[in-house]
Design a protein around this ligand. Structure first.
Ligand code: FE2
Length: 293
């Protein structure tokens, strides 16, 4: 149920770097049968669930990648296909990496992916992004040229936001788009965020449950909105097309940061009068213990 934390941004107690950019060899040959079996369980479960739930671009990306239930993918083979399509590579890291290292990788079209896989006891719960979240959740969308450009722009913007002390605001945008974003397709709402796409339970909750709000994405609004790192989201923000992300990436965030940092943060379940609400959630999931909404 619990999504992995945002890459790089929740890092604490980090191990010393193995190399200046924190990359390591994936160590593909060292995966044992139990690790491949965990991948298979997760892959089969999720690839059965996602058609009709994930957006068309995600499903197509999955089909075009050398990725199957049989084994944990080899990052070199993934990167061959990915780099031909959008110029991205997948590089292995041992876990969460510092912000500046993470952003620098993205700015250079390298996606840092954890090389470890969760234990069979943690199928729906993990504290750090593992190979299933990073590869199954993120890499299919990196096959799309628009997302490929947006995530690179996020890396470039992250380095600037860090210097301005506005990382929190930018992290909220990443969270509610790249990790937990929904897309309005002509045939209904679809998942494009990796945090959802790699979660069996949240892939259902985000679309099926009457509990969460589903609100049209507004850049400034999202930059003010806190998020849940340890449970399903209370609000999902919906874009009309992937191009909307790229248009956002072209905006100068500096004046936005100045405005937003002067305003109070919004609780994850807040609905504002000016919100374009597609579905007003009843909050039954998060307030099932009777706590105030
Ligand atoms: Fe992620």
């Amino acid at each position: 149920m619990t999504p992995p934390p945002l890459h790089g941004l929740a890092a604490g107690g980090l191990a010393p770097p193995h190399s200046p950019d924190w990359t390591i060899d994936q160590g593909w040959a060292a995966y044992g049968p139990a690790e491949h079996a965990t991948w298979k369980t997760l892959f089969e479960r999720q690839s059965r669930l996602l058609p009709g739930r994930a957006c068309d671009e995600f499903v197509q990306g999955m089909l075009d990648l050398p990725m199957s239930a049989d084994e944990i993918p080899d990052f070199r083979r993934l990167s061959e296909v990915l780099s031909r399509r959008t110029g991205w590579q997948v590089v292995a890291v041992p876990g969460l990496v510092p912000d500046d290292v993470f952003f620098d990788h993205l700015a250079h079209r390298r996606f840092p992916a954890g090389n470890f896989i969760r234990s069979p006891q943690q199928l729906d719960y993990l504290e750090e992004p593992d190979v299933f979240h990073d590869v199954f959740g993120h890499v299919p969308m990196l096959m799309n040229p628009v997302i490929a450009d947006f995530i690179q722009a996020y890396g470039q913007g992250g380095l600037r936001a860090r210097q301005r002390g506005c990382l929190t605001q930018l992290a909220r945008l990443y969270w509610y788009t790249v990790e937990f974003g929904l897309l309005q397709q002509s045939d209904g709402l679809r998942i494009y965020g990796a945090g959802i796409a790699s979660s069996y339970t949240e892939s259902q909750f985000c679309l099926d449950s009457p509990s969460p709000h589903r609100i049209r994405l507004d850049l400034e609004r999202v930059m003010r909105t806190d998020y849940r790192i340890d449970d399903f989201q209370e609000t999902y923000f919906v874009i009309r097309s992937l191009d909307e992300l790229l248009q956002m990436a072209a905006i100068d965030f500096a004046p936005l940061y100045d405005r937003v940092t002067g305003l109070p943060a919004l609780e994850p379940g807040t609905v504002l009068p000016q919100d374009d609400v597609l579905h007003r959630g009843d909050g039954r999931y998060h307030h099932r213990d009777g706590s105030p909404s």
